[in-house]
Design a protein around this ligand. Structure first.
Ligand SMILES: NC(=O)c1ccc[n+]([C@@H]2O[C@H](COP(=O)([O-])OP(=O)(O)OC[C@H]3O[C@@H](n4cnc5c(N)ncnc54)[C@H](O)[C@@H]3O)[C@@H](O)[C@H]2O)c1
Length: 258
């Protein structure tokens, strides 16, 4: 459990859910972690992790703030090895009901932020001799999902953006690996908060409980845990994945297999 000893990581959207679990897992594996989130609740998460964790408030769509976040990691620990672009939002609605503002909001938080974070992190990782960039996509970046067109567009964009940057980094010989992670249905606050209306649309007229929906959509008959995704991130962050770049790691209980 010390695969990340001496490494420095930034995890966005780390106040809850997958980001929180990933920050905890990274610290448990020896990394120093800068947790960021638009929500100040990340402060308490960092405090509960202990001396290896620091929190900074960040809206991942704010271009200028990215430079400050990278500078903070360098000022605190002197290097940057890992970035998890995890912060994200869902955006439900059939396309004819989706406003342009909703579309742009989803693309901004889920895709633009990944560009901004990746671009800001690469120079610092090059100074540190390499790194691992992990971009949180979704099974919605592998297969189309009903009522999630903007989200699918963003998460599909994350998948192919990651591949293109992986090639640019390999060409540069900078030892930076770039991969995307594709969770299926994971039991986090974002999933629990979906409304009856959102849960009704994929399968029929009656709303389904989150557990029932997860059981129907997932071949393994349950929702995944945030820790399942954290474990995948820890692998990609570690030197166990030294020859892994430009690929997608699907962690979905078999959902994309069918
Ligand atoms: N839970 C799932 O079923 C599931 C499935 C596939 C993909 N994902 C992806 O995993 C990632 C994490 O999702 P989660 O389930 O942990 O969600 P979550 O809502 O539990 O956590 C997301 C975190 O991101 C933060 N955030 C939102 N907008 C932000 C912004 N503009 N700037 C900074 N932080 C912001 C939120 O405050 C929150 O703490 C997201 O990218 C999501 O799309 C989740």
């Amino acid at each position: 459990m010390d695969r990340l000893d001496g490494k420095v990581a930034i995890v966005t959207g780390a106040a809850a859910g997958i980001g929180e679990a990933t920050a905890r897992r990274f610290a448990a594996e020896g990394a120093s972690v800068l947790l960021t989130d638009i929500s100040e609740e990340g402060e308490a998460v960092a405090a509960s992790i202990g001396a290896k964790a620091v929190f900074a408030q960040q809206d991942v769509t704010d271009e200028a703030r990215w430079e400050e976040i990278i500078a903070l990691a360098l000022a605190t620990w002197g290097r940057l090895d890992i970035l998890v672009n995890n912060a994200g939002i869902s955006m439900f609605g059939v396309v004819t009901n989706l406003s342009f503002a909703q579309w742009k909001r989803c693309i901004s938080v889920d895709l633009d932020s990944v560009f901004l974070g990746t671009r800001a992190a690469i120079p610092a990782m090059r100074q540190s001799g390499g790194g691992s960039i992990i971009n949180m996509s979704s099974m919605a970046g592998i297969t189309g999902q009903r009522t999630l067109s903007a989200y699918c567009a963003a998460k599909g964009g994350v998948r192919f953006f990651s591949k293109a940057v992986a090639l640019d980094c390999a060409d540069a010989g900078d030892n930076i690996r770039v991969n995307s992670v594709h969770p299926g249905i994971i039991d986090t606050p974002i999933f629990r908060a979906t409304t009856d209306d959102q849960r009704r649309s994929p399968v029929g007229p009656e709303p389904l409980s989150p557990d029932l929906l997860a059981g129907m959509v997932t071949p393994m008959k349950r929702a995944g845990r945030a820790e399942d995704i954290a474990a995948a991130c820890a692998y990609l962050a570690s030197d166990d994945a030294a020859f892994v770049t430009g690929t997608e790691l699907i962690v979905d209980g078999g959902s994309c297999a069918a």
